[in-house]
Write a new protein. Structure first.
Length: 135
């Protein structure tokens, strides 16, 4: 959530639009802001398609403030359990499970995008070994 949104970083999500997936063309404009998080609703001037600034992120369709979701997810490794985080934050455990699932799915998509066709010959697993050795 920003006051000054860099619209050059967004692209049209409509697969039928000639500008689909292309950033920095000047075709994306701010239509309005909505919701508790003051989320920007953007519009493509080429095809007229509207989409949220959070489209394609783990925050898409969340009502809870984003900083609160991030703070809650950051507590998971510390507390070690979803119920512990739920007690500490006052959020419902089902909501936290949903946030974890959304964040995990997003991380999986990012990994699949970047870690593809690496053609590695040698892989070192020193970090894994040091973790196992400590246990």
């Amino acid at each position: 959530m920003q006051d000054e949104l860099d619209l050059s970083q967004f692209w049209c999500w409509d697969v039928d639009c000639p500008n689909y997936g292309k950033k920095g063309l000047g075709n994306i404009v701010l239509k309005e802001r909505y919701g508790k998080n003051n989320t920007a609703l953007l519009r493509c001037k080429t095809c007229g398609h509207c989409f949220s600034e959070t489209r394609g992120t783990p925050f898409f369709s969340l009502i809870t403030p984003w900083d609160e979701v991030l703070r809650t997810l950051a507590m998971l490794p510390e507390k070690g359990s979803i119920r512990g985080v739920a007690r500490a934050t006052g959020h419902d455990k089902d909501a936290i499970c949903r946030w974890v699932a959304l964040a995990g799915a997003h991380c999986n998509e990012v990994n699949n995008y970047f870690l593809n066709n690496l053609n590695l010959e040698n892989v070192q697993i020193d970090e894994i070994w040091s973790y196992i050795k400590k246990k």
